[in-house]
Design a protein around this ligand. Structure first.
Ligand SMILES: Nc1ncnc2c1ncn2[C@@H]1O[C@H](COP(=O)(O)OP(=O)(O)OP(=O)(O)O)[C@@H](O)[C@H]1O
Ligand SMILES: [Mg+2]
Length: 226
């Protein structure tokens, strides 16, 4: 199995401050799936995505990524897995504000063993693919919301990871830009990537082939299309 959670519980804080964000969640995801996660605010969606992306670890239970028990790894090993296997896209874009478009997209490649020329070619390929090549020297703080999200998607694409996780990627965009973002994620899925998108919007969720509905830290519904 590609992604496998077994009875995963996540508790933040201690004693009287303890919050159970996930409660005994079990979930299996295959390579190349396109999944949307929905549910009320506070239901544990971001927590689940962060655990899948190795940004956080379960309090109880087991998480296996490509057969490897991630719960046994140390911080360094976790960060290594993140770099190699996972890309994130966020609602607020999470770009490096004082850097150019080019520099932001180049970021994931700096940790790889690549020459400057190789990096430039790859970055330029994806900037072209997303129609933002002309913006490459611009400071990202000068871009529109739609443009910023394209930069964040280019950054996720350039990493060429098999898992792309998006936490409300269309949440701060208008409908038209939101749909463009979903079309790009759909393209990545057609190229074989596993895409998981958190959204509050039914229409956005319908781009996915499987919908998981969370409530109070539990999976209430898990259904495929059609
Ligand atoms: N770092 C943290 N420390 C303490 N509690 C946290 C932390 N992160 C999340 N929580 C709590 O865990 C629960 C689940 O939070 P989570 O962010 O996963 O919800 P969500 O479904 O993504 O909500 P939203 O739709 O508002 O983004 C909430 O009660 C939240 O307050
Ligand atoms: Mg959230």
């Amino acid at each position: 199995m590609f992604i496998e959670l077994q009875n995963v519980t996540k508790i933040y804080g201690k004693d009287e401050y303890a919050t159970k964000a996930l409660s005994q969640v079990s979930l299996q995801i295959e390579r190349g799936e396109f999944i949307s996660i929905m549910g009320p605010s506070g239901s544990g969606k971001s927590t689940l995505l962060n655990i899948i992306g190795c940004m956080d670890v379960p309090t109880e239970g087991v998480y296996r990524l490509e057969g490897e028990d991630v719960t046994r790894l140390n911080d360094r090993q976790l960060s290594d897995i993140r770099n190699k296997k996972v890309s994130f896209i966020f609602q607020q874009f999470a770009l490096m504000t004082n850097f150019t478009v080019f520099e932001n997209v180049e970021l994931p490649l700096l940790k790889r063993n690549m020459s400057k020329k190789e990096r430039r070619e790859k970055v330029e390929y994806y900037l072209n693919k997303l129609g933002i090549f002309h913006l490459r020297q611009k400071n990202v703080s000068k871009l529109s919301g739609g443009q910023k999200q394209r930069v964040a998607i280019a950054r996720a694409m350039v990493a060429e990871t098999n898992i792309v996780l998006a936490d409300e990627p269309t949440g701060s965009l208008d409908r038209q830009n939101g749909e463009k973002v979903m079309e790009l994620l759909q393209q990545m899925n057609e190229e074989g990537k596993c895409i998981i998108v958190i959204t509050h919007d039914e229409k956005i969720a319908s781009y996915a082939n499987r919908m998981i509905y969370l409530s109070d830290g539990c999976i209430q519904l898990d259904k495929g299309k059609g």
